[in-house]
Design a protein around this ligand. Structure first.
Ligand code: PEP
Length: 259
């Protein structure tokens, strides 16, 4: 079945002030004609409310995501932000378990599963990231590692098939300029979809699985043309509205050709 491509921009710790509003407005303007794809931006916490306001006046729908959240609703968690706080800021999506959260901030599969459950409960769409390190890939452990990560939260996604999103982001490809070969990425995406199918066909057919890791305008079409790649999670290249729009254009063309 055709899944609508999602082109998502993870701004990381960039564009956290007024420049975030300008970037979001430019993304909306430059992608206004691409009706076959969903667009999303994930600014830092500090810019969420302002970008939500900016996007409410935009010429197209651009979804707004946070880059992380805590799984508790309130309490003594200094420096953390809860799902309900995100909602109050106009956020409807959240990136969970990004490799930088896993590897720099020590997030575990257990914590990530709790966050996915909390997001689904609060009606915030989770984009859950998985991916192997270079050592794991070279040791031939890619499928095994990604399978373990997916199985940790599959049950939560199965509660509401098609609501949550998975992003396969090989750690060695993030921010390195080393993009995965389209057919290698497709192999992992197909394995993830098979894991979803083991829970239910509906979950497998409706869950969007994004690829992330050095996606740029010149490699997007090859990746997005793969059967099980339903969009892109873009880091560095999403900070340039024109380049990000070119990735969206590639997704738009692939979707139009498949329609
Ligand atoms: C990311 O941060 O999710 C990412 C994929 O980064 P980049 O596109 O810069 O590799």
């Amino acid at each position: 079945m055709a899944r609508r491509p999602l082109i998502a921009g993870n701004w990381k710790m960039n564009a956290g002030g007024a420049d975030g509003c300008t970037l979001a407005a430019n993304v909306a303007r430059l992608t206004a004609g691409f009706g076959n794809v969903d667009m999303l931006v994930a600014p830092p916490f500090t810019a969420l409310a302002a970008v939500a306001h900016e996007l409410s006046q935009a010429p197209r729908k651009v979804f707004l995501a946070a880059q992380n959240m805590h799984f508790e609703m309130s309490g003594a968690f200094t420096g953390e932000v809860s799902p309900s706080m995100l909602k109050e800021s106009g956020v409807e999506w959240v990136i969970i378990g990004h490799s930088e959260r896993r590897h720099i901030f020590g997030e575990t599969d257990t914590m990530i599963a709790k966050k996915v459950i909390a997001a689904m409960r609060e009606r915030i769409v989770p984009i859950v990231c998985v991916g192997e390190t270079l050592d794991e890939r070279e040791a031939g452990q890619t499928l095994e590692v990604v399978q373990k990560q997916v199985l940790a939260f599959r049950g939560a996604l199965a509660e509401n098939p098609g609501y949550g999103v998975i992003a396969y982001e090989p750690v060695w490809a993030i921010g390195t300029g080393k993009v995965a070969k389209a057919e290698d990425a497709q192999e992992v995406h197909a394995m993830i979809r098979k894991l979803l199918a083991a829970a239910s066909d509906e979950l497998a057919d409706t869950t969007r699985i994004l690829y992330g890791g050095s996606v740029k305008a010149d490699n997007a079409a090859g990746l997005l043309g793969q059967t099980d790649i339903d969009g892109a999670l873009v880091g560095g290249a999403s900070l340039d509205a024109a380049g990000f729009a070119k990735i969206a254009e590639a997704g738009n063309q692939v979707a139009a050709a498949q329609a």
